[in-house]
Design a protein around this ligand. Sequence first.
Ligand SMILES: [Zn+2]
Length: 1024
Amino acid sequence: MSFQIGSPVTSAFNTPATERPPAKRQQSGWRPPVAPSPYERGAPVGQPQDGYFAGAPTSVPQPPTSHSGLPTPISSQQASTPQMYGQPSVDGLNQQFGQMGMDGAGSQPVRKKKDRHAYHQIEQPQASAQQYNGMQNGAPNGQAGQNGQAWQQTSQPWQSQSLNQPPMPSPVPQGTPISMDSGQHGQQGAPGSNRVDPNQIPSVPLSRDTAAEHYKTHVYPTMEQHVPPPATTPFVAFDQGSASPKHARLTLNTIPSSNEQLHHTGLPLGLVLQPLAKQAEGEQAIPVLDFGDVGPPRCRRCRAYINPFMIFSNGGNRMTCNLCGHPNEVGPEYFAPTDPSGIRVDRAQRPELTLGTCEFLVPKEYWSKPPVPMRYLFVLDTSAESCSRGFLQGVCDGVLAALYGDDLTIPDEDEDDDEEVEQQPSKLPPGARVGFVTFDREMHFYNVSALLSSPQQLVMSDLEDPFAAISPEHLFVDPAECKSNIVKLLKQTPQMFYNIKHAEPALLPILQAALATLNDTGGKIICSLGSLPTYGPGKLFVRDKGTTTTEDSDQHKALLKTEYVGFKKLQADLVKAGAGIDFFLAAPAGGYLDIASIGYVAEKTGGETYYYPNWSYPRDTLPLQKELEHNVQREQGFASLMKVRCSNGLQVAHYSGNFTQHTFGADLELASITQETGMSVTFSYDGKLDPKQDAHFQSALLYTTSTGQRRVRCSNVVARVSESARDAMRFVDQDAVLSIMAKESVAKIGDRSLKDIRQALQDKTVEILAGYRKHSSGGHASGQLVLPEGLKEFAMYSLGLLKSRAIKGGREPTDRRIQEARMLKGMGPAETSLYLYPRMLAVHNLEPGEGFADDTGHLKMPAAIRTSFACIEEGGVYIVDNGQILLLWLHAQTSPNLLEDLFGEGMNSLQALDPNLNALPVLETHLNAQVRNVLLHLESQRGSKGLAIQLARQGLDGAEYEFARLLYEDRNGEASSYVDWLVQLHRSVGMELSGQKTKTTSEDVSQTVSNTISSITGAVWGGT
Ligand SMILES: [Zn+2]
């Protein structure tokens, strides 16, 4: 059977040049939002202003802006230094930091004093000459791909068999010889013996930066056989019929024809999905198509939706399904004749026949209940801890900001009684409604109707038989219409409950009553909680007393899941009602919250849990407020179902993510889905795929938008099929592989021991590298570790996963473990990548043009550096961002001038800085503007977490432990360094290839290093 869908006349490859996005984006997706570049004020570009940091700033710095207009702290118990929960041993840290001696006598070369200021040259990794996967800089768009040429235009573009030559392998010489001279390992013998040079091993920062630079001036065409850009790369995709990688990433963009060939790669065949992913400026908006009462055309057999790969024949009367091959009759309502080449004459006008991602409005048969705009129910904890620690204050301010931004003025009703009061719209989608509930030992519903002069409180204290004390019609209101009472309520609430102080909150009955208000419509509950709910039915206990000595005991495993029937029942009822729940949890004193039980409800409804483990007021109010704002204003939907279909010969094996799936093969149920929601699906083989035909995948998300439309969003992905594993490996997508491995690993938490999970990850990594060695790479000496070109940084990322809070060895509070595990399970690939390897930037040696727009109109970012102490300079200031938290680490000997330029006059020592600082003041210094711009750029790349600074001053702040933990290339606790990890993998791959079964644990690392280091001579990283 032919899968021909287009002649050259109509294929995506022949889109007239005028209809394609320009190769160079004319408009920058990024504009400097703060201080203009000083160069526009006359300073020549590229000329460092000598002595800029040598004296006081010439302009008078403005006072730091008030970030939230918050009242004075309520709590008297603020720690001056933030406490870190679960601190590693101080000895280990001191040892690590000891390399950076205060006297400069560390392992770093001693620098001249003048170098300690802001103009240090960044030491480029030695591999900087390495090209990005063979991409030729400046190659015309679509002409040269990452792994070779574009998918050649043929008369039948989807018939890949007509390409008798596979894409050319990268022209770059494969691999980089390792220089064997480095002092990284203390264990190994005599001077001059061979060592792995840590500067020569594959660099995550370099690979990211190179791709980011390329995609500043290139679009990503979805059907020209490029491997998608690394997930952290900001890029513009051009949808040519296959979905953008932002929505769907295949692990293998050329699919092995048989299970045996797939097995040779050691890789999963899977798809990572982020159905509502945010699009970039410059990308075509996803069309919403209305097929009226009949709904979108679908295959009668497999129910696949219409897509660009359906084949029309018989003059347009027959539509052959690209997924199951079923020949469908085309109904009169969708009929169009075909032209002589077999193409529907209306194809060019029909987005569903040309685009990989489309949305369809769907008729009543797709409804479970009449769709209405989103109802947000805010359920706020007003019990003692929440009040006294400033958490309730932060939440109320955050909700106000989320609804109205900065504008809290209330239209004056008394004076304009007769006139139409002009309403400022709220920040919510049109039609969305809000309701408010507070709780401690009892529950208070609020009527904030505009008809009332002030909010009315209705108390519900029957926790045994909870009910909604107010009808949904009165509870849920238009936030613009009822602004006056909502502002009053949220402004008064913190003070009102401050004096009541019920010591402990109930939770389960409260949520049951909250659900009762959403039963008929679905919607979303946003619940804040400031202490363990130890009151009433479903009360929780301090299960984790911190007494488990090992993370592998059964006791520890049990703490990572929940057995509370009440919470499970609640979760099931929420899903049935189409109501998701997001939690905002604060543990003011680092206390236990049983997130395993509470967060379970969010997890299974597709919701999210935000956790502030060391809540500190006012420091944490900034991220809290940003997260609340983003939470309600982002693209999202509810009452959703999700299904993935694939070509004949393949079948869905397994889904991973945060959702409910009742039985194997059933649709995924996500009561809540947002632009950040990510999930993965793996496939297995029914038989052998025909390499003459392409493989097709389609994901379909049925959901209600926040404006109340019932829609299906479809993303279609097509891939070549090849008989060779080697061919498939050329088109491997590292981010997709890592996302699936991460999601599947953390999904086992609670059932398997963490040690087993880590071991399985390590075994998988070895299997992939050994499989590649055995089946895909040839001609390398046995003493070489060969990393596939497309998986060059894979080993580092998998080490990052092993070091993540979710599965790392050593002690870790169960709240934090399970929180991060669920987070990882629900993330998209970009957030995952950053989480597995943080971005580190040096602030003290920014070039003058960095942090401002470059000549393409994009922000010029400083080169990222490896997350290792070896890359840290004396007197340096560093940003470390893992997409969840951002630390600003300052060396003890940071120049006072630099501090004043960054933080303002008088801030000339680390001690002078406010430990609660969470954002930079707005100053008129060059450095300050640069860093604020860099932070804004980082913020624009964030997922659901708001960006706020946390200070980590050397020797002063507890956050320094977190900084050390995030240096993923270094040895940390029992987890090995990057170099040691590669050596260990090399040894295991060798044993695998020689038929010996490997069973290496991390404890063996040091031995491994000494055993194998001498055997690696002239090792090669990289390969074909
Ligand atoms: Zn079908």
